[in-house]
Design a protein around this ligand. Structure first.
Ligand code: CP
Length: 290
């Protein structure tokens, strides 16, 4: 299949090629694919991924098509395959898909048009991982030896699972921290107050209420006190360390409101870099390199 479905099938040099191209776009490289059309099929809610893909398309001269899920034939029972096959027949040049089903693209193996995974279930969010890597690379100029701690709802997070897989291959040390019911084997556990002292990157994760089968066992206030990034914890961070979060953020839960925009936060830089990463993957797919 063409496009970008998972980073698990890309080598480290291939991943670095995407980041390098994104950095070149950020520095002013322009490419024009005028006459091309792409569509965003979002079966789950999204602000950043959906609209940064749309802006990336517009920056590349590509016409983005909007897709209203509720007003589409999905409401009449049309399957993902039939919807994608329809847009292929209509002549789009690329399709971005976010879906709650893990590895949704398995059923799309016969589709020839490039497909970009905008997040599948709890498995992967490859463009988020790439924009996170770009942000880390801009900050530290390397990956090897950096320590990152993924904090929060790791078990339900496609960002945690996708990031950890690639970061380990890049030579980073991946730790996790959070309530026991949210932890899995993504990384070695560190208590949060130890993690903030030793890690270069604190990668907070949203508590994903919509994926929980049961109510969270502790209150939001208790969660914030035990597992949230407070101003006091920012003060105890390793010198030069940064805070990342894929967003949307739950202010007052996993992050104090003032921490979201403090000097150590790179949350809005991550969002900015998302546009350049999505320009890079679209451009590489249209050039037959993905
Ligand atoms: N980070 C992220 O995927 O945000 P959205 O859900 O708003 O796209």
């Amino acid at each position: 299949m063409r496009g970008l479905l998972t980073l698990r099938s890309l080598s480290v040099p291939e991943i670095m090629d995407i980041i390098d191209l994104a950095i070149r776009f950020k520095k002013g490289l322009t490419v024009n694919y005028s006459g091309k059309k792409m569509v965003n099929l979002f079966y789950e809610n999204s602000t950043r991924t959906q609209y940064s893909f749309q802006i990336a398309m517009m920056n590349l001269g590509i016409q983005p098509l909007s897709f209203n899920l509720a007003g589409s034939s999905v409401a009449k029972g049309e399957t993902l395959y039939d919807t994608v096959r329809t847009f292929e027949a209509l002549g789009v040049d690329g399709i971005v898909i976010r879906h709650k089903q893990d590895v949704f693209y398995k059923e799309l193996e016969t589709i020839k048009v490039p497909i970009f995974n905008g997040g599948d279930g709890t498995s992967d969010h490859p463009t988020q991982t790439l924009l996170d890597l770009m942000t880390i690379y801009e900050e530290f100029g390397r990956f090897q030896g950096l320590k990152i701690c993924l904090v929060g709802d790791i078990r339900h997070s496609r960002v945690a699972h996708g990031n950890a897989e690639v970061m380990k291959r890049l030579g980073m040390e991946v730790y996790i921290s959070g309530p026991p019911e949210f932890c899995d084997d993504t990384g070695k556990f560190l208590p949060l107050d130890k993690a903030i002292k030793v890690c270069d990157i604190i990668n907070l994760l949203r508590v994903q209420m919509e994926r929980h089968e049961e109510e969270m066992k502790i209150s939001k206030e208790e969660y914030h006190q035990k597992w949230g990034m407070t101003i006091q914890r920012v003060g105890a961070m390793k010198r030069g360390a940064i805070i990342m979060h894929p967003a949307p953020i739950n202010r007052g839960v996993e992050i104090a409101s003032e921490v979201a925009e403090c000097v150590s936060s790179r949350i809005y830089k991550q969002m900015e870099n998302g546009v350049y990463i999505r320009m890079a993957v679209i451009s590489m797919a249209l050039e037959g390199k993905l």
